[in-house]
Each structure stands twice: as structure tokens, then as C-alpha cells.
Design a protein around this ligand. Structure first.
Ligand SMILES: NC(=O)c1ccc[n+]([C@@H]2O[C@H](COP(=O)([O-])OP(=O)(O)OC[C@H]3O[C@@H](n4cnc5c(N)ncnc54)[C@H](O)[C@@H]3O)[C@@H](O)[C@H]2O)c1
Length: 299
């Protein structure tokens, strides 16, 4: 499916990134495996090559222009080109607004938003030079689509990534570059801190199957999400862009984009009194549910 293609996956030493890198390699792509942790990045590469795939490790923290350039440069020097950039690396600092420190906010935004921005920009510059399209696969979260109590920095970062998905899809259309976000849910170390899920993560890591009901509700292993990444990376998905695709367990879903649900026009404009008069009678019945979709669900 992906023979001859070259992909970069950031944060691919473990969890979802490792599953994405392995699935891309198993379907024929050559993969640059990035992680800030060198040991686990090398381990992913070893497991891919042992299975007959092609991969190299490029170790370093994403977030800076230099590290993004190093990833694209490595793809080109090692495998001759770049076709797919998957910006998966991420960290959590789960705290409510009042407890979120500047350092928490900086760490989360640096990895997710700067990591996505710099890697996306470096990849698109390369795609432009090559002149034959490309794939950006960004990584959102349910926490970036709806409210997520206790995730101030993370929901800001993941919402920003969805904004980048939409804007880059429009900007890159004429280059033949598709830009989509996957909204994954999987039992990884990242979700082990969610109340009730720690034991399930432990059991699954020990080799037990994920309970059927959890799988139907959209929660499985990282390998369950990987086929969506392979599809979005493939030529078959050349017409899919600007989308947020949910994937987890036995479910695949499509998220909507925000849209105006009601509007009112007053000739000559509004005064505070006229807004106060109009709001309860006209817009109040259309107020939107801002709460989280699934309470206690993985982030
Ligand atoms: N697990 C889920 O259910 C879930 C849900 C929604 C979104 N996500 C997103 O999926 C992605 C992967 O999550 P995961 O659950 O596999 O997490 P994980 O913690 O298991 O893996 C994240 C990997 O990223 C690496 N990493 C962290 N900072 C990095 C940096 N600056 N540069 C390079 N590598 C770095 C870590 O070393 C680790 O190997 C993240 O973007 C996460 O926000 C996960």
C-alpha cells in the first residue's frame, strides 16, 4: 500500500507513535522514528527491521525549527524523499486553570503546538520542492474537540492543532498536500492516570485483551488506531483533507467543524440594551452544550 513512500513519525518510541511507525513500515513505507527518548526509539527501529521493514531513529525533542529540519533532512538523506509527516509526539501536564503553572503550559504547548508547527512547516517546504504532493497527519484529542476538566494546557494545545489542520488544508490544497488530524483514543501510558483506566492499561500491557464493551465504546490498543494513519498516508486518501478522524477500539468516526448555528441582524448595529433584549428571546434557545462528550473517557 505504501511501497516507495517515506514517513516521519514523531514520538514513535512507544504508545500510539510506535504503532503508527510499525504499521506504516509493515505496509511498505520507510520510516524515520523520532523520540526524545533514544532507547525506546531504537527499540522501535529494531522491532520494525526485525519484521523486515525499513526504519532509522532520529533522536531529539520536537518543538524547535532545528529538530524539525533534522527530521526532514534525515528522511531525505536516508531514504531520498519525504511523503508523510505524522506529528504525534506529546506530553501531559493535567491540571485545572488555577493549578496550571507557566512551566506546565509552556511544556505542553511547546511539544504539541510548536512541534506540530515546525515539523509541518519543514515537511511542506520539502513537499513543495519535490512538487508531487504529500501528507500531513496531525494528532488531536477529544480534549481539543470538547471540554476536558483538568486539562487547561492540553485542551489549548489540541484545539490549536485542529485549527492548524483546517488552515493548512486550505493553504496546501494547491500543492496536492492533504492535512488531516486523527483524534485517537487508546490504552497507553498517557491514559493510565485517568481514574478507572490504570488497571485496564496494566492488564492490556500484560497481554490481556481489551474488554469488548470498551472496544465498542472506542477504546482499544494503539494498533487499533494505526490503520487509519496508514489509510490517510496512502494514495487512496488523496481526496481526504481538512478532516478530524476519530479512531479507537472498534470505532472510526468523523468530527464536525464548528459552524454558526444562529444569527440575528439589526440594521445600524447593536446597543447594550438591544443585545440584552434580543439575547433571551432569540439566541438563548440555541445555546450550545459546552460540556465534555464522554466523562472519564481517555484524553
Ligand atoms: N492515548 C490516548 O488515548 C490519546 C488520546 C488523544 C490523543 N493522544 C495523543 O496521541 C499522541 C501519542 O500519545 P500516547 O498515548 O501514545 O502517549 P505516550 O506518552 O505513550 O507516547 C508519547 C511519546 O512521545 C514522546 N515525546 C514526548 N515529548 C517529546 C518531544 N518533545 N519530542 C519527541 N518525542 C517526545 C515520548 O517520549 C513518548 O514516547 C499524543 O500527541 C497524545 O496527545 C493520545
Amino acid at each position: 500500500m505504501l511501497e516507495g513512500k517515506v514517513a516521519v513519525v514523531t514520538g514513535a518510541g512507544r504508545g500510539l507513535g510506535r504503532a503508527y511507525a510499525s504499521a506504516l513500515a509493515a505496509t511498505g513505507a520507510s520510516v524515520v522514528v523520532n523520540d526524545v527518548d533514544g532507547e525506546i526509539a531504537k527499540d522501535t527501529v529494531e522491532s520494525i527491521t526485525a519484521a523486515g521493514g525499513k526504519a532509522v531513529a532520529e533522536i531529539g525533542a520536537v518543538g524547535s525549527a532545528e529538530s524539525a529540519d533534522a527530521l526532514v533532512g534525515r528522511a531525505v538523506s536516508e531514504f531520498g524523499r519525504l511523503d508523510v509527516m505524522c506529528t504525534n509526539a506529546g506530553v501531559l501536564r493535567d491540571r485545572t486553570l488555577r493549578n496550571t503553572t507557566d512551566e506546565d503550559f509552556e511544556a505542553v504547548l511547546h511539544t504539541h503546538v510548536w512541534g506540530t508547527f515546525t515539523c509541518g512547516r519543514a515537511a511542506v517546504n520539502r513537499f513543495r520542492e519535490q512538487g508531487d504532493g504529500g501528507r500531513l497527519i496531525l494528532v488531536g484529542s477529544p480534549a481539543g474537540q470538547r471540554a476536558s476538566f483538568g486539562q487547561t494546557a492540553y485542551s489549548a494545545a489540541k484545539s490549536a492543532i485542529v485549527g492548524l489542520t483546517r488552515t493548512w488544508a486550505v493553504e496546501c490544497a494547491k500543492l496536492g498536500v492533504t492535512v488531516n488530524a486523527v483524534i485517537p483514543t487508546a490504552l497507553t501510558r498517557m491514559v493510565a492516570t485517568v481514574p478507572g483506566l490504570g488497571e485496564v492499561v496494566e492488564a492490556v500491557e500484560a497481554g490481556e485483551p481489551v474488554p469488548d464493551q470498551l472496544r465498542r465504546d472506542g477504546l482499544g490498543t494503539p494498533d487499533d488506531v494505526a490503520p487509519v494513519i496508514v489509510y490517510l498516508a496512502s494514495d487512496a486518501a488523496s481526496g481526504i483533507t481538512g478532516q478530524c478522524v476519530g479512531a479507537g477500539g472498534d470505532r472510526i468516526s468523523l468530527w464536525s467543524h464548528p459552524t454558526e448555528v444562529a444569527s440575528v441582524v439589526r440594521e445600524g448595529g447593536w446597543t447594550p440594551d438591544s443585545v440584552a433584549g434580543m439575547f433571551p428571546s432569540t439566541l438563548e434557545s440555541r445555546l450550545q452544550d459546552y460540556t465534555s462528550t464522554v466523562r472519564g473517557a481517555p484524553k
